[in-house]
Design a protein around this ligand. Sequence first.
Ligand code: PRP
Length: 200
Amino acid sequence: MAMKLKRKTPVPAKGNAKDHIRVMISRERIQKRIREMARQIRKDFPDEPLHLVAVLKGSVFFLTDLARRIPGNISIDFIAVSSYGNSTQSSGEVKLTRDLDSSIEGKTVILVEDILDTGMTMQYLLRVFEQRKPKRLLVAALLDKPGRRLTAVRADYVGFTIPNEFVVGYGLDYAERYRNIPDVGVLKLITDSPKPAKSK
Ligand code: PRP
């Protein structure tokens, strides 16, 4: 099993109603970029059926928008992995927790990820998928955070290259929150600090 570093930060347990999210990539820019990526993908494979595989859960948002923008023959499937060990600290093992419904043998497969962070998840998935003999295996990642990379993996299609900041929204969560925000933003956690003592 490959080791995986958790994307999640070891800060207070849950999102707070007062947490602040600074928009990094607006919903308009996301949708415009996805239209461009879809056009490029179809241009690269004009006549081929394309099999899109989303890595649950965060990538579902990107998959559904991307799939709707690629004309022609598209099929979709889902896979899930989980990491083990201390869920808030840096290490864990990648394990397949939900496998594909159908075989990928002989298919042109595009693995769809919301974010490439350390690259450990993708390294593991590429190894698993390559053993199943697809015709071609490609990676589309909406976000790429090369500053965190611990492996040599790279995406064939990248939406945005971003700096090393903790982002949420458009599928990305913090403690399962904020996936439904249509923009990608930087999360600033507001912690409830003890009230200062009253001065006399
Ligand atoms: C995120 C993201 C990728 C992975 C990338 O998933 O969706 O699958 O982390 O990180 P890596 O490059 O460091 O391996 P997460 O484990 O947060 O699960 P989720 O999609 O269910 O939120």
